[in-house]
Design a protein around this ligand. Structure first.
Ligand code: M6R
Length: 603
């Protein structure tokens, strides 16, 4: 999705804006632009479609002066991908410029009204109305004009506005799209993503819904006085290092990201988990008998694994829904229900909408997110952070395994509040503690998976199957394959095969079967036999030491043995690697797959 950065301070703004935009490239974009104010000359203004790297040699030859500016990466929603539709957008006189994330739903009415008043529009975007509205209200003070303008907007926005007629400030406003202020030494930044500011400062402060901020070279002013907090990670964490892609780096980081997600949260001897973020709602949690887990994409698959965990170990009826569906459902939640939203970014528009709907009905709202102080973190009643470190690759990997781990910790907490025995609690806790080491072992399959990827890379279709805890992993494996390699892949509950999907199977059809040695292993073997009988080429993920499977399938990847409820954390590792290596072998843009964005902040 779109990315915003603004700068004001003692340094030349342009290099900082350029490096900030590059750090947000991972979010996905199709065009970009800059505007920098210069007290001696006309502002520098540049907008272009395509990749920043292609324009960089030209940009680096430009002499851009000025210490106030803003920049943007656009992911088209309203209007085609053209230079003109890229941000920033200007008012009629070219004094005021706006960069915007989000969607202005009433832009058509506003545009017509402004056109009737004589404003001239040049782009097809919804954003341009903001520039003209600010122009309409501008009488020398930019923040007053922005405050008036946003009062007319319906929809979502995170905006940064500058004007050459009030040049010593940035004005930022948000409603529904995240924005943060980075507080540096003699400089301030405004961005939609902490990755954009982390090389300048680690002190950040997120704007709250509806807030407008004015940032000058000396200070920032928001309606509500609040303190900035420290970003937990460093600039190196958002760099690839020696890895060819962020995705591979993030897959390989999982032993340490999982360690960080567990730190201080397990009391193995007592068979308990302590989640500080849930302390304040401990008593309310004891009373709930229904849990609604709501999320999107990969985070929803983590929720589907938790459905099995919560039902088996805590005896809580659990329902999992895509946030985009849940928000339009007439849900029967009551006072004994809680909603648990799961989101890596904490900014996914549909997930936030579902959360707000539940909150307005007085339901207990819980969250799991990787981004400290994100909108989700601030709006839930209680929650748990992943502490998995920044995830840059569009494909979610280390955030997913961390979500599974945190959900297992929650299952342990909820279970111990109910019928889960001390002994079983201790087994789960001890096994959770081993997870980072087991993942380290699971990652050793990488060279073998790379070889297999060469064998399977030219497939047009794939089917992924699993049962029980690994049914969601089949769906996650297929999603990874689709989003990265553009191979059509479907994840199914293996028992559903013969209700339709098996009609697709013919000689050589690739089937990925996740069949660890667990309570449904024999059922999985029967499903694999059905596929083999119809000529499928089967790649199985099995538990170390299983020799039988080699006689049945074409290829095997082994994972270490663990408790059934925790197998997904291990079985997803070869799925991530397989999708990565197939996509890389097909020459796909692994970190920035086409049409996708890292954080989906529009409905
Ligand atoms: O930030 P979120 O966890 O809320 O994002 C949800 C999905 O958009 C995300 O998991 C998406 O499915 C990933 N591209 C999957 O790799």
């Amino acid at each position: 999705m779109c990315g915003i950065i603004g700068y004001i301070g003692v340094k030349p703004a342009f290099p900082i804006l350029l490096s900030g935009l590059k750090r947000m490239e991972y979010r996905g974009y199709d065009s970009f632009g800059f505007r920098v104010l210069d007290s001696d000359n006309e502002p520098f203004f540049y907008k272009k479609t395509g990749k920043i790297s292609l324009a960089e040699p030209e940009l680096l030859t430009m002499k851009v002066k000025g210490r106030v500016g803003h920049a943007h990466t656009r992911w088209a929603t309203h209007g085609q991908v053209t230079d003109c539709n890229a941000h920033p957008h200007l008012d009629c006189k070219g004094d005021i410029s706006v960069v915007h994330n989000g969607i202005i739903e009433n832009y058509k009415e506003l545009r017509e009204e402004l056109q009737r008043e004589g404003h001239k529009f040049v782009s097809q975007t919804d954003t341009e109305v903001i520039a003209h509205l600010v122009e309409k209200f501008f009488d020398g003070n930019l923040e007053c004009a922005v405050k008036k303008a946003v009062g007319f907007l319906r929809g979502t926005y995170g905006i940064v506005v500058i004007s050459k007629n009030d040049p010593d400030k940035l004005v930022a406003a948000r409603s529904g799209s995240p924005l943060l202020i980075g507080v540096g030494e003699n400089e301030f930044l405004v961005a939609s993503d902490p990755a954009a500011v982390v090389s300048s400062t680690k002190k950040v402060l997120y704007l709250n819904e509806g807030e407008v901020a004015t940032i000058t070279p000396e200070n920032y002013f928001i309606f509500t006085e609040r303190q900035p907090h420290e970003i937990e990670w460093s600039a190196e964490d958002v760099e690839k290092g020696t890895y060819p892609h962020f995705m591979l780096k993030e897959i390989m980081e999982q032993p340490s990201s999982l360690k960080n997600s567990l730190r201080g949260r397990l009391i193995v001897e007592e068979g308990r988990a302590q989640l500080g973020g849930l302390k304040s709602v401990e008593e309310r949690l004891r009373d709930i008998d229904k849990m609604y887990i709501v999320a999107c994409g990969t985070a929803r698959y983590a929720g589907l694994v938790a459905e099995y965990m919560f039902e088996e170990y805590a005896g809580i009826t659990t329902k999992v829904d895509a946030a985009s569906e849940f928000r339009y459902r007439k849900s029967t939640m009551d006072r004994k229900s809680a909603i648990l939203v799961v989101s890596q970014s904490g900014e996914t528009a549909d997930t936030l909408a579902a959360l707000r709907d539940a909150k307005s009905r007085g339901i207990l709202t819980l969250g799991i997110t990787n981004v400290v102080d994100s909108t989700q973190a601030r709006e839930t009643d209680a929650g748990v952070y992943n502490h998995a470190g920044p995830e840059i690759g569009v494909a979610s990997t280390k955030a997913f395994t961390s979500q599974l781990e945190v959900l297992a910790l929650m299952a342990l907490c909820l279970g111990r509040q109910r019928q889960l025995s001390n002994v079983m609690g201790q087994r789960i806790a001890a096994e959770l503690e081993r997870m980072p080491d087991l993942v380290e072992l699971a990652l050793k399959c990488a060279p073998h998976v790379k070889e297999l990827a060469e064998k399977y890379k030219d497939s047009e279709n794939m089917i992924y199957l699993g049962r029980k805890y690994n049914n969601p992993i089949a769906m996650e494996g297929a999603l990874k394959m689709k989003e990265l390699s553009y191979i059509h892949a479907e994840g199914v509950a293996a028992g559903e095969l013969k209700h339709g999907m098996i009609a697709l199977i013919e000689n050589g059809f690739p089937a990925i079967a996740i069949c660890p040695s667990d309570s449904v292993y024999e059922k999985m073997i029967s499903n694999i036999m059905e596929l083999k009988a119809r000529g499928a080429r089967v790649l199985a993920v099995a538990t170390e030491g299983n020799e039988e499977i080699v006689q049945i399938v074409d290829d095997v990847i082994y994972i270490p043995k663990t408790l059934e409820m925790l197998t997904p954390i291990l079985s997803v590792i070869p799925m991530q690697l397989f999708a990565y290596y197939v996509a890389a072998a097909r020459g796909c843009d692994v970190d920035k797959p086409r049409n996708l964005a890292k954080s989906v902040t529009v409905e």
